[in-house]
Design a protein around this ligand. Structure first.
Ligand code: NAG
Ligand code: NAG
Ligand code: NAG
Ligand code: NAG
Ligand code: NAG
Ligand code: NAG
Length: 297
């Protein structure tokens, strides 16, 4: 009996978690990797950007215990990675003089190869990530957060922004009623901002996302699933201005609260201390020029 069942089960186990399309960046973190490895130039993520001026990845990155593997890490030698922020997560960008971004708290991983004009921003690409909350480091959903976004190479706007929390500008998207929502918005400079898909941010479960961006076609497609369900088409293909190349950020980016019209980079309110984090898995970028998108089945 056992011998007859085994071949029937085995192929489906193998198929679950496989990436089917040509992979351009594999952001899944090997089981042996330690937080301090993210500070080394051998890291698969940029070892310098983006985190607080006086912080290191060794302090920021955590490997949470007891988190089950996400959709594309079922049969891999990789593990979930948590990105955290605290009251010192204040980034100081280049500039003369450099002005600290005291309005934000932020820690974000960027693929090391992703310099703004590389292969991940040519043709049609699908950006994958899975995300879940950490009950021991909850977000403060009175704030707006951007756990993921793709910023243009000139830093003027973002092709996509993935948000949670209470929108800083409540009238920006009146469709968001519950701050405990995950939503995928298009080009930030669009007015009003376009939400392509939103769903409740449920506790203690993986939320799996994939967004296909045609950098020349200006089309955007969104796929989503929960737990270990295969990804399903939830929005698009639809127009989105995808021009401008740039970089794929995953982590915790927290806006201040404060009155509309303030300079959110440098003003507004942030509580202290802060001990917040988000858990990520299955981060990768694949080549979808031929229409290929890995859905997990
Ligand atoms: C990477 O860091 C090592 C020392 O840790 C250094 O010898 C090497 O030159 C660095 N490589 C690059 C490309 O920066
Ligand atoms: C980093 O530390 C230096 C020296 O203590 C301090 O002057 C600076 O304000 C700190 N930067 C931030 C962003 O906290
Ligand atoms: C970015 O990387 C690509 C591919 O490695 C390279 O051709 C290009 O010159 C780099 N651009 C910058 C601005 O460093
Ligand atoms: C959450 O944020 C709000 C608005 O900034 C602040 O008033 C409140 O104290 C924060 N809560 C916690 C637990 O830090
Ligand atoms: C808030 O969003 C609305 C709707 O998009 C926009 O008209 C308004 O200018 C925004 N307010 C601020 C201060 O950004
Ligand atoms: C996309 O936005 C850029 C400015 O950022 C603009 O020059 C371009 O015309 C826009 N493209 C489309 C198709 O709307």
């Amino acid at each position: 009996m056992f011998f007859f069942l085994f071949p029937l089960i085995f192929p489906s186990v193998l198929a679950l978690g496989n990436i089917k399309c040509p992979i351009l960046f594999d952001g899944r973190v090997h089981k042996n990797v330690q937080p301090a490895d993210f500070d080394k130039n051998s890291s698969i993520y940029d070892h310098q950007f983006v985190h607080g001026q006086n912080q290191t990845w060794a302090e920021i990155i955590k490997f949470p215990e007891g988190v089950p593997p996400s959709l594309f890490e079922i049969s891999t030698n990789t593990k979930a990675v948590e990105v955290t922020i605290n009251q010192n997560s204040i980034f100081v960008p280049g500039g003369d003089p450099p002005v600290p971004e005291t309005g934000f708290r932020r820690s974000e991983l960027i693929p090391a190869l992703n310099n703004g004009t590389d292969i991940t921003v040519q043709g049609t690409r699908t950006f994958h990530w899975s995300i879940r909350n950490d009950p021991t480091r909850p977000l403060n959903l009175s704030h707006e957060y951007h756990p993921v976004w793709h910023e243009t190479a000139d830093f003027s706007t973002s092709e996509i922004t993935f948000l949670t929390g209470k929108p800083f500008n409540q009238s920006f998207d009146p469709t968001v009623h519950d701050p405990k929502t995950l939503r995928l918005a298009g080009r930030q400079s669009n007015s009003p901002e376009t939400t392509f898909f939103q769903t409740p941010f449920l506790d203690d479960v993986w939320h799996n996302w994939a967004v296909t961006l045609g950098f020349e076609t200006n089309l955007l497609t969104v796929y989503y699933s929960i737990g270990l369900e295969p990804l399903k088409l939830v929005a698009g293909p639809a127009f989105n201005n995808n021009s401008g190349g740039g970089q794929f950020h995953t982590g915790v980016f927290k806006l201040p609260t404060g009155p509309l019209g303030i300079d959110v980079l440098h003003q507004g309110f942030q509580e202290s201390p802060i001990n917040e984090g988000l858990i990520f898995g299955s981060i990768f970028i694949e080549d979808s020029n031929s229409g290929c998108v890995t859905l997990g089945n």
